[in-house]
Design a protein around this ligand. Structure first.
Ligand SMILES: Cc1cc2nc3c(=O)[nH]c(=O)nc-3n(C[C@H](O)[C@H](O)[C@H](O)COP(=O)(O)OP(=O)(O)OC[C@H]3O[C@@H](n4cnc5c(N)ncnc54)[C@H](O)[C@@H]3O)c2cc1C
Length: 424
């Protein structure tokens, strides 16, 4: 029986190990962190176990639903009608349904019709290939008009993608619009999902299932090198020791690949190294009062350097109010490595501006998480020169969230791809 290793204990690595174990392989999984889950991992927020980064589930997350069914977790999946808001130039507006759009005072009726029609048609579109090669900004401007782009998209893009904004793939942005846009009960009502107990419910069940199937899991185990000889995988190096394997599946973010795998074909190495990522500094607040009634609040205000606020307790009710404030930016941005306290001070000012009834006294707790590879940046024709998952080295498979382009990073896509690569 082939001895198999999976590198990375995020949803993709776990799903890959799960599928390999089902298919009868002898599997060992290595995770660098002290816990499983990668970007979807939980932390102890002083008594509340919750995701470090906000997570919600959409109605089209079919690979996730299939896994939940296999793990007998279907009953843990809950749906809730959620509201969306828009904080635009110092004013809070309702958002996310046709009435809200009609009431929004900053666009003409014609612009609103164009925007609404484009959003609606995007949720119906199936063929994204026709958009390949087009950049997202041109696509949005053409469909919705320059003015609408400037009012509704420009700032959000700038706060999420910074200097990468002019070179984003239209299919990639379309896939995000479609996923969220299709998570609705009706055209008037958005509906989002969550797991009772959060992502940890899935992670714990997967871990139990893997252990039951004999998979060995090593935490705090950052693989140092993948060893290969004469074009074939030999094993991997951990703590300076060699561990032999016949097959290795790497699910770590692509920027790490060139650090742990030497002597890949030069063109592949160059491609892995050339993929840009956006980092995220994500704050989570425990509050006595709600910020707003919205789950998702888009923010477009010249005094605020965030794309939005995600008020998780408006999706999954908690004892206290829970709000995430993400600051996206390239890791190279001078702000990325600022002190946590600077982010906390800045975020508090935003919260007080959005809801002037909130005071310092309403803040129970706050935590700051930071991750450099929160999102690969996908330019037009992104997949064209991505090296194949089945690498040039026999027995070595390499994938990360980039490989489900044009879909955005998500648990469901990582689960789906993790299982697929196990069966290549
Ligand atoms: C801010 C934010 C919000 C998000 N919101 C949502 C959402 O609402 N809904 C949703 O479905 N998804 C969401 N996601 C995305 C989701 O969390 C990811 O798509 C998913 O976790 C990716 O899983 P993965 O296993 O592919 O990668 P990762 O989670 O990146 O896992 C890779 C793992 O590899 C490990 N690793 C790295 N190097 C090594 C090494 N040398 N040796 C061993 N291990 C190593 C890492 O520690 C990590 O655990 C969000 C992500 C972020 C950052």
């Amino acid at each position: 029986m082939a001895k198999t290793a999976v590198i990375g204990g995020g949803p993709m690595g776990l799903a890959c190990a799960y599928q390999l174990a089902i298919d009868g392989h002898q599997v060992t999984l290595y995770e660098a962190d002290d816990r499983l889950g990668g970007m979807s991992a939980h932390f102890d927020f002083n008594g509340l176990s919750i995701e470090r980064y906000y997570h919600f589930i959409c109605k089209e997350d079919h690979d996730l639903f299939a896994l939940l069914k296999e793990l007998n977790l279907e009953a843990k999946l809950k749906w809730h009608e959620t509201r969306m808001g828009y904080f635009y130039a110092g004013q809070l507006y309702e958002w996310g349904n046709p009435f809200a759009l009609l009431k929004f005072p900053k666009l003409s009726l014609l612009s609103k019709i164009r925007y609404g029609a484009h959003m609606f048609l995007s949720t119906k579109r199936k063929n994204w290939q026709a958009l390949e090669g087009i950049d997202a900004v041109s696509w949005l401007k053409k469909a919705e008009g320059e003015k609408t782009y400037n009012v509704l998209w420009k700032k959000l893009f700038a706060q999420k993608f910074y200097n990468y904004t002019p070179n984003l793939s239209a299919p990639w942005i379309w896939a995000r619009i479609r996923r969220v846009g299709r998570s609705r009960k009706s055209i008037f009502k958005e509906q989002m999902g969550y797991l009772e107990g959060g992502s940890e419910t899935l992670l714990n069940a997967l871990r139990n299932k893997l252990e039951e199937k004999g998979v060995i899991i090593h935490l705090n185990s950052a693989v140092e090198k993948v060893a290969h000889k004469e074009g074939k995988v030999q094993g991997l190096m951990l703590n300076g020791e060699f561990n032999p394997y016949d097959k290795i599946y790497s699910t770590v973010p692509l920027p790490f690949v060139t650090k742990i795998i030497d002597n890949l074909p030069e063109e592949h190495q160059k491609k892995y190294a050339s993929i840009n990522n956006i980092g995220c500094v994500c704050l989570i607040f425990k509050l006595k009062k709600a910020v707003t009634e919205n789950f998702w609040l888009n923010v477009n205000d010249d005094t605020m350097e965030i794309p939005g606020i995600i008020e998780y307790s408006n999706l999954n009710k908690q004892d206290n109010h829970i709000a995430y404030i993400p600051f996206y930016m390239p890791q190279t941005h001078p702000k990325f490595n600022r002190d946590a306290q600077d982010f906390i001070d800045e975020s508090k000012a935003y919260l007080f501006k959005i809801n002037p009834a909130l005071t310092e006294d309403d803040i129970i707790d706050v935590n700051v998480s930071r991750y450099g590879f929160a999102q690969p940046i996908c330019p037009p024709n992104f997949m064209d020169d991505l090296p194949p998952i089945k690498s040039a080295i026999e027995g070595l498979y390499i994938a990360d969230t980039s490989y489900y382009y044009p879909e955005d990073r998500s648990i469901t896509e990582s689960v789906g791809l993790g299982r697929k690569i196990a069966q290549l």
